[in-house]
Ligand binder design. Structure first.
Ligand SMILES: Cc1cc2nc3c(=O)[nH]c(=O)nc-3n(C[C@H](O)[C@H](O)[C@H](O)COP(=O)(O)OP(=O)(O)OC[C@H]3O[C@@H](n4cnc5c(N)ncnc54)[C@H](O)[C@@H]3O)c2cc1C
Length: 443
């Protein structure tokens, strides 16, 4: 897969690693700071429940392969999670060192240290001892949820085929996550690992239409929906069809995977979630002189993590609060000229209300909407009998099974859009659920 992917040479230059790796020596020193808590809160805080003290102990003993296998046992995407997880609010946020007023153990960097060593030494997983089982499973989507589901099922001896409409697998790990956190090549490398288990991949294959689902239902014993979310919400304001209005997902995927590095001089990003921050930082790194994030509420309401907000400020991104865009204007030559906005006041209950007559213009030559992704309604209604509520597939939280017993689901299409590690946890949980159903069917 990596061989079919050619990164634009400037991308690595402009998006260097945000957190450079530990050296061998510093990894051992850091590992020896760990208290190896018996009831490790870090493990409890990880949605995939990686045995953190165990893998860190192995690093302290310089058993890096053992450490990596401990991580992979819980989380097949242990490498990408070590790059992308918001550890401040997960494992590292739960570290007992906080109670001692000490910095938390650098769990993510240690995890990455073990995973880097694993990949550097050829990324060979132990041969699975599972006997071959009767049962074929189709996973729709090759994002983190499906990859985790497929890996777990293969390791249990089932035949698995993963379909993805994109040319490259990995879902948002490949197309969405900021390059300075996870380079596309590293995401693809991880999918090769899943492939090495014997998972069959069919890329560039969109599953769409009732007939396609009916065929899958005939051919496979179970179907896992790991389809993520759909396109970004539109701003629904005049002028947004201008070619210099590029939604955050298209903009990020463009620089990461399609060599589209062009950016405006003055960029306005609309929305203040993590995706907006990633897009704004990318615009800065690609050479925009001025990047502003507009948000209709106040700083304390922004959905982005606090550490992402701080990072964006360091990158030079400016924030404009209580601002509601109402139109995008081009000049007589057709060039994008400005975004027109209204000021916003917050009612006592926090509801934003735009102030009539408060119009003002922000000069810009590129607008990036980043106000969330919509659910894949059309696709989900094609899966006969699968209940969808508020745009989310409804599943049994223990097994991942939907209201149609043949379908299981996990990841963003179930949780509405969270983190990679949540998708991995869901995918693995569903795999266990699928295996149970198939075992009892063939008993
Ligand atoms: C810009 C951005 C940055 C992010 N950064 C982070 C981060 O730093 N850290 C973090 O933990 N999380 C991050 N996330 C969230 C994280 O990427 C997602 O939670 C995670 O990727 C969800 O995994 P998934 O498998 O459910 O869906 P996805 O990753 O979206 O994968 C779904 C896959 O299904 C495929 N698909 C959909 N429909 C079909 C069909 N009909 N037929 C075939 N294939 C189909 C799609 O092509 C896609 O490859 C970010 C999200 C975004 C948008």
């Amino acid at each position: 897969m990596q061989s079919v992917f050619q990164q634009h040479p400037e991308v690595a230059e402009r998006f260097p690693d945000l957190h450079p790796p530990l050296t061998a020596q510093s990894a051992v020193i850091e590992a020896n700071r760990c208290l190896y808590c018996f009831d490790a809160p870090c493990t409890g805080a990880c949605p995939t429940h990686i045995d953190v003290p165990r893998f860190i102990k192995k690093i302290a003993n310089e058993n890096l392969r053992g450490s990596a296998l401990t991580i992979l046992d819980a989380n097949i995407l242990g490498a990408s999670c070590s790059h992308v997880c918001p550890v401040q609010v997960l494992c590292e946020g739960a570290c007992v060192m906080h109670h001692h007023h000490e910095p938390p153990i650098k769990i993510a960097l240690l995890q990455r240290h073990a995973m880097d060593a694993f990949y550097a030494s050829g990324a060979v997983l132990p041969k699975t001892s599972a006997e071959r089982r009767n049962g074929k499973i189709a996973c729709i989507g090759a994002g983190p949820a499906s990859l985790a589901c497929a890996a777990e099922l293969r390791q249990r001896g089932y035949d698995v085929t993963v379909f993805d409409r994109h040319r490259l697998p990995g879902g948002l790990n490949t197309y969405g996550v900021a390059e300075y956190k996870l380079p596309t090549a590293d995401s693809l490398r991880e999918i090769e690992l899943v492939g090495s288990l014997g998972v069959d991949f069919q890329f560039g294959t969109e599953i769409a239409g009732e007939a396609a689902f009916a065929n899958l239902e005939k051919e496979y014993d179970a179907i896992f929906l790991g389809v993520g979310l759909g396109a970004m919400h539109r701003l629904r304001i005049p002028g947004e069809d201008h070619p210099a209005v590029i939604d955050a997902l298209a903009f990020i995927a463009g620089y990461k995977t399609a060599g589209r590095l062009a950016v405006g001089r003055r960029v306005v990003v609309v929305g203040a979630g993590n995706t907006a921050i990633d897009a704004a930082n990318a615009a800065k790194r690609l050479g925009a002189e001025e990047v502003q994030i507009l948000y209709r509420r106040v700083e304390t309401h922004m959905p982005a993590f606090g550490f992402e907000y701080e990072h964006a400020k360091q990158e030079g991104v400016r924030f404009l609060w209580q601002t509601q865009p109402i139109a995008i204007h081009a000049d007589t030559d057709g060039e994008l000229r400005s975004i027109e906005c209204l000021r916003v006041e917050l009612a006592q209950d926090g509801t934003p209300r735009s102030i009539a007559g408060s119009n003002f213009h922000i000069e810009c030559d590129m607008v990036v909407p980043a106000i969330g992704q919509s659910p894949l309604f059309d696709l989900l209604t094609e899966c006969y009998g699968v209940r969808v509520e508020h745009g989310r597939v409804v599943v049994d939280r223990v097994t991942g099974q939907t209201s149609n017993p043949k379908y299981f689901a996990g990841g963003d299409c179930v949780n509405g859009g969270r983190e990679v590690v949540d998708a991995v946890a869901d995918g693995k949980r569903a795999a266990v659920g699928i295996a149970k159903v198939l075992e009892s069917a063939h008993a």
